[in-house]
Design a protein around this ligand. Sequence first.
Ligand code: XMP
Length: 479
Amino acid sequence: MRFLEGHSPTHDLTYDDVYLLPSRSAVESRFDVDLSTVDGTGATIPIVVANMTAVAGRRMAETVARRGGIVILPQDVDPSAVADITAWVKSRHLVWDTPLVLTAGDAVADAMNLVGKRSHGAVAVVDDDGRPLGIVTEAACADVDRFARLSEVLERLVLTVPLDTPPREVYEQLHQRGEKLALGVDDNGRLAGVLTQVGALRSGIYTPAVDDNGRLRIGAAIGINGDVAAKAEAVLEAGVDVLVVDTAHGHQEKMLAALKAVRSVSPSVPVVAGNVVTAEGTRDLIEAGADIVKVGVGPGAMCTTRMMTGVGRPQLSAVIDCAAAARELGKHVWADGGIRHPRDVALALAAGASAAMVGSWFAGTYESPGDLRYDEHGRPYKESFGMASKRAVTARTRSDSAYERARKSLFEEGISSSRMALDPQSPSVEDLLDSITAGVRSACTYAGAATLEQFHERAVLGVQSPAGFAEGRPLPTGW
Ligand code: XMP
């Protein structure tokens, strides 16, 4: 990566301060761009979902890994729950999505309670042996008494095919029938998955992130307090593929000791550590055992660190410096926080990150763990909150005395409750992944890069004014 002649920065910059210059390209199609990461995590797209309670749970993990990214479970999740979630995620099908399942005798209210957990808006209905009878859609339930049985609103003639049917064939059959969703059955005719038209299409575009046994990948975070070796051991025994050692100020002695403890437990698992924003911090963490360093202090949507302390660094410059330091040692960085548009991911990768970590943007999707709520105008949203907020600190310290909890929650550096709108045009994290990967693929073709490493090598950045950034925004709809 280089800056355009005359644009070398005289001060630190963030994503909005820069643009990518198009250059001569021999890459003809966006489909010719390989988005696989080279940082050893096995991700086939450069997206990691942040270890935030409002964002990363089992449903997010299955969905994102199926599209090639990795989800990091938060450090507040008990190791036994990490083990359950990991086993569940690793038992998921690589193409077919996990269905919501009810029986014909269940009530419409049961279906309505469940349906908000899927962007495709349907629940599968099975008989007592688990064989599919059809589906119930949100639309079919809209004007029906909540106590009515599902047998009354059941759509029976749904495309039902064996699980090994090629996704393209499923797509074509659905397209011909003008239907949105197919049911997949196992060798015994039992319901084993659902596949939408767009899901079938996506499985021809994305490559799932899988471990050596062909099962979906997942990561988990631990903190730096207490018996770090024991915590690392418990989480690794749970079967996670990536371990993140996480604290707000990563460049501290306790982190270096924590990394050494983690390495004593497993010399081989990919270890991510952070957060830092300096080359020195990056080098120290790598020397202590990190394979990947997490970069970002204060850019996150739920962070109040910079306003509380004045500490932090504009994110693009932090990523450029830290990535250069890591690369000199043959290691990598993740750009963590402040990703609000696909362009931010492209810029983070151009700056040298192997992946971008996304939190709050993904909180407002069907796959985040929170409940779907509606604001006073009937618009859907989910709540996000920072991991250093009073809300998260209070939950994390639940085994402490009331006095101790109250004392610790005085030092919050995060927002406790923020509404993340669920965009009706892109309500699923998969819609957001489509738009991010489309943007990054396209950025690579503009730069003449067929891989993310080539993209980093070839990218040319220019510095722009706020007016330059504003010019790039489309007119608001309804103008
Ligand atoms: P986004 O912008 O994607 O950023 O939501 C995700 C990252 O933000 C960090 N994070 C916090 N930082 N106080 C902070 O100062 C907090 O309460 C907080 N919660 C999350 C974290 O690095 C995450 O990956």
